[in-house]
Design a protein around this ligand. Structure first.
Ligand SMILES: Nc1ncnc2c1ncn2[C@@H]1O[C@H](COP(=O)(O)OP(=O)(O)OP(=O)(O)O)[C@@H](O)[C@H]1O
Length: 253
């Protein structure tokens, strides 16, 4: 689905990503982990086509990422970041409807089929009740749910999440992680997420890409990557694995 080869990226003179190569499989939940400043968001920005000045190659569905128009890319990928940067008081319904823009003909309204998708996505994310409320009047976690509804309304092949649950309570976070697992199973959605919660990462991810100082420390199946040794190397903390596929962080060791 995604192939990244020998990717280097710098902000001005400061090198942020160094010789990154990996392949993302379709229909998997891949999580990028790593300490603050290790380059996770930068990597996501690059593979979602937000930055163009890099060296190396990024291929998406066997085609060079730079050869996609923004509209073509928006029909295939959706992105939810932790910061909801909408300052204009669009209603939540209007925001979710924007998710259908890549599919809309110019100067035309959304079709009944588009509106059905919008409604279903708002139902799924428990945001239908916010339809007429300006998004600027919602709490942080509520806004993130609306942005997730908008992203799902894009009916993407790949959903990118940059700490997209950071303001949600644990009940909604687990609800959404299970919902995404369902979409992966039934619709072969590919999810590429950045998460800081190592326990949830361990429970829900199929693959882990571990970044440190702009380089890949390890990439592979969750069980192979989330070892005590790697977590110690990345974050300097000890962990204990539980029988139920959970992780306990042991901060004092
Ligand atoms: N616009 C920018 N200009 C210059 N340097 C930047 C810019 N954005 C990020 N950086 C630097 O790039 C490095 C990687 O940042 P990035 O946001 O990718 O890290 P991250 O792993 O996502 O961190 P966090 O876990 O804190 O979100 C950091 O050292 C940061 O200071």
């Amino acid at each position: 689905m995604y192939k990244v080869k020998n990717l280097f990226f710098s902000y001005d003179d400061k090198e942020i990503l160094h010789d990154i190569s990996f392949f993302i499989e379709q229909g998997k939940f891949t999580t990028i982990i790593g300490p603050n400043g290790s380059g996770k968001t930068t990597l996501l920005s690059l593979i979602t086509g937000q930055f163009h000045k890099y060296s190396g190659n990024i291929y998406f569905q066997n085609k060079c990422l730079k050869d996609y128009s923004i509209k073509d890319l928006s029909k295939r990928i959706a992105f939810v970041s932790q910061n909801v940067d909408i300052r204009f008081p669009f209603t939540c319904l209007e925001v979710v409807m924007m998710g259908r823009n890549p599919f809309k003909s110019r100067m035309k309204n959304l079709t009944p089929k588009d509106m059905k998708i919008v409604r279903e996505c708002m139902e799924m994310t428990d945001t239908l009740k916010f339809s007429d409320i300006p998004i600027t009047e919602l709490s942080g976690g509520e806004k993130q749910r609306v942005m997730l509804a908008k992203a799902l309304a894009q009916t993407p092949k790949v959903l990118f999440l940059d700490e997209a649950f950071s303001n949600m309570d644990i009940q909604y976070t687990i609800y959404f992680l299970n919902l995404l697992k369902d979409c992966i199973e039934k619709e072969h959605l590919t999810v590429i997420a950045i998460m800081h919660d190592l326990n949830l990462t361990h429970m829900f991810s199929d693959r882990i890409l571990a970044l440190k100082d702009g380089k890949i420390s390890k990439y592979g199946k969750t069980e192979d990557v989330m070892t005590k040794e790697l977590i110690k190397e990345l974050f300097g903390v000890a962990i204990r694995k539980t029988e139920e596929k959970g992780l306990v962080i042991l901060p004092s060791l």
